[in-house]
Design a protein around this ligand. Sequence first.
Ligand SMILES: [Fe+2]
Ligand SMILES: [Fe+2]
Length: 373
Amino acid sequence: MQKARTIQNPVDRVGGIRATEAARPLVQVLADTSDKLSSVRSILEEKFTVAGERLDADSRLTQVPSAIVVRAELRDIDNIAAIKKRAGKLAKARKRIFLLEHTSHVGISQAYALGATLVLPGTVNRIKLLAALTDPPDGATAPSGGAKQPDNAVETAATAIASMFMSVTLGQPLDVDGTRDAGRQIADRITQHGLSEWLMTVRRHHEGTYQHCLLVTGVAIDFGLSLGVGRADLERLYTAAMFHDIGKAQIPLAILDKPGRLDAEERAMIETHPAAGFAFLKGHDKISPEILDAVRHHHEFLDGSGYPDGLCAESIGDIVRILTISDIFAALIEHRHYKPTMPRNDAYNILCGMSGRLEKALVRSFKQVALTR
Ligand SMILES: [Fe+2]
Ligand SMILES: [Fe+2]
């Protein structure tokens, strides 16, 4: 845990804090209304020294806080401008948590573009917010206050996923190279630290669809490494994994991240995503046919019961089979605030119970990835 810095002039009130409160870590709250400001303050004040300020006021804080919490409507360009104006100070805080009420792909992407290290969508959850602020930052061995970001691979990858979703939503060009580079960084990180560390870090920092994409990519990489695939195939695999659910950009987050069962109409809408992703990426000169195939067919099963094309075994390629297993496993073990996280062992048993739909030998090879790596 980073120690609070000593206030230079003890008689000053700094951004609304008394110097005597400085023993606890300093958290700055930025909000676009007084109501939002005071509700976040009241959550944080039990554990932290809190400096709050409205985005439409002049910035008063003279210290570098250990964390910044932003609660503002990011569809409002004045708010975005006000946050950008404070970008220098924001970048120095090791944790930059954005609380978004009106969640959308664009909102979440916007938060990452503004420097968020964590985005918590939905109603403000006191326990989750306090936990996020109290958790030691990943890579806590890095010198405190240093310029190095604590969690580069996760941030780079999350930003890449977010900007991919934003490009689709806004009809902007897709950064294929940037997305592939982010996938390579995940591969490097998993080669160095193993899969478990990646799963833990991602689940602690991300919710919903972005978390899912990051988990699938990590699992697919580790599965590929364990199978001893060559460099070119590993690159195909992580690129396919990064892009596999890009078609979900057209589906409202309210459906994608809905707790509990989907009704028939919602399910039908979700099932449009492989074909939508394929349509979006088709014709892009940097997307190879193997990636297109994986994006379109990652929900197909060997017995023809999958979608969108009801393919059978012989038409489903190796990269797709690896991706499908990784996708199902990652979906089972993802962390959602409304349900307990499924142990890896239980998730693997579910895969074993899908014989006929998944390749048996491949599921057997997946065992060490699922349970031990
Ligand atoms: Fe999918
Ligand atoms: Fe998926």
